[in-house]
Design a protein around this ligand. Sequence first.
Ligand code: CMP
Length: 148
Amino acid sequence: ALQLTLAVIKPDAVAHPLIMKALHQRILESNFIIVRRKDLKWRRQDSERFYAEHSGRFFYQRLVEFMSSGPMRAYILAREDAIAHWRELMGPTKVYRARYTSPDTIRAQYGLTDTRNTTHGSDSVESAHREIAFFFPEFQIEDWMKKE
Ligand code: CMP
């Protein structure tokens, strides 16, 4: 069965058109269906709300600041096991770990720091639904699933 995930290209990558193009190409080559795509920019409060679960962590302020610092691109992606496949493509959250353990991944290749790590991906079915609704409030997940 098809599964949906939310993939986000973060401001560090959107700032570089060639990296954006490479990441888009990577998505197309990886057998995802691009269900929706949206370019947007967060206000600080969007960033705070999306990452509320991390409030109190030492990196929260810099994360909130970074994610509202410039434009992003969000995708709803579909395929079998979309969540796991996108996470595998991204690699570990921490860029230096990614470079060491999985040099072929997006974060290993393009990530700058543990905060400016190029991409985001949902980590479970529940968070995928929550995050898709956050970025694409007009998208009806249940309707889409029924049609597929
Ligand atoms: P993301 O997948 O968007 O989920 C939470 C984000 O917090 C993560 O990617 C990073 O951008 C950031 N983050 C997670 N861990 C750290 C860390 N140790 N130091 C700085 N930023 C972090």
